[in-house]
Unconditional design. Structure first.
Length: 296
């Protein structure tokens, strides 16, 4: 009886019963494919909760290709399932540049960064927690975007930044190469203890000379990735557990997260070669033009 009703409807609307069933099967296949794509995306985002769709597509491209899903279709599926990532920004001052210590010249403005361990960029970012204040000190390679050293503490003292620097120095794989250390003019980096440690390692200091956030864009972007994509600020853990979470996030970031500026290679891969040219982005000012090396 049902077939008769469908046949009658098909005749009424002017198309065959076969066409009707093909459309039904096609819709079923599309829904099944969308469900499979969402499951793949959720699998990747289990470790990187706010990974953007472009990087998600790069990671899943071989599997998506076999499913007949391109980048635009992936965006459509993610949008339909409310899985697009909306950027947001939060600000918390961690830099105190009003101090008696020496401030160094900017040596990286306009510098062509062509290899790993040519420039390290350092910064300290605030990680909000309901019960206590935490500060994450990071040392990142500007070419590969690999996090070389990090430290999480409840203090803005120079000790945390020094521990991150020690880890970064220990993790170097090209110790014979000359290295520039670039940071803001915060008291932690200008302190006698920090500068003595740089001198001990034979590293040349360099500092921003303005309050332009793009002046240390790589470091600022890495801060945002760890806090926004890996949702560190949503964990609300005590310090000892948060340290373990940070270590896990850094490991996943270095080994698995692709970067546009690294031709969609991971920081770990990028750091062990020097053939891939790092993409650079320029910002135009009224009076000057400065290179911005972002790790989007």
């Amino acid at each position: 009886m049902r077939n008769v009703s469908i046949s009658a409807l098909c005749r009424l609307f002017g198309f065959s019963r076969q066409r009707y069933y093909r459309s039904v099967w096609s819709e079923h296949r599309c829904r099944k494919r969308a469900t499979d794509v969402v499951e793949l995306a959720q699998e990747v985002r289990a470790g990187m909760p706010r990974l953007g769709c472009r990087k998600l597509y790069h990671i899943l491209e071989p599997r998506l290709r076999t499913m007949g899903v391109g980048r635009d279709r992936l965006f459509d599926i993610m949008r339909a399932n409310n899985m697009l990532i909306l950027p947001y920004r939060s600000y918390h001052t961690t830099t105190n540049s009003h101090h008696r210590f020496r401030k160094y010249k900017n040596l990286v403005a306009g510098l062509d960064i062509v290899r790993p361990e040519q420039v390290f960029v350092s910064d300290i970012t605030y990680v909000s927690n309901r019960d206590c204040h935490m500060y994450l000190a990071l040392v990142t390679d500007a070419y590969s975007k690999k996090i070389m050293g990090y430290d999480l503490s409840e203090s803005l003292a120079a000790d945390g930044a020094i521990r991150a620097l020690k880890m970064a120095h220990k993790n170097r794989i090209y110790p014979q190469e000359p290295l520039i250390h670039h940071s803001d003019r915060g008291i932690q980096y200008c302190s006698d203890e920090y500068q003595a440690r740089l001198a001990r390692y034979g590293i040349t200091p360099s500092m921003t000379e303005s309050y332009d956030p793009y002046a240390n864009a790589v470091a600022e972007r890495i801060n945002g990735i760890l806090k926004q994509e890996f949702l560190l600020e949503n964990l609300n853990l005590p310090l000892n557990l948060m340290k373990k979470a940070v270590a896990e996030c850094v490991d996943i970031y270095n080994r698995m997260r692709p970067h546009c500026s690294c031709d969609y290679n991971t920081p770990e891969f990028m750091h062990r070669q020097r053939e891939v040219k790092m993409k650079t982005y320029k910002k135009e000012n009224k009076n000057t033009q400065s290179d911005i090396r972002l790790c989007i």
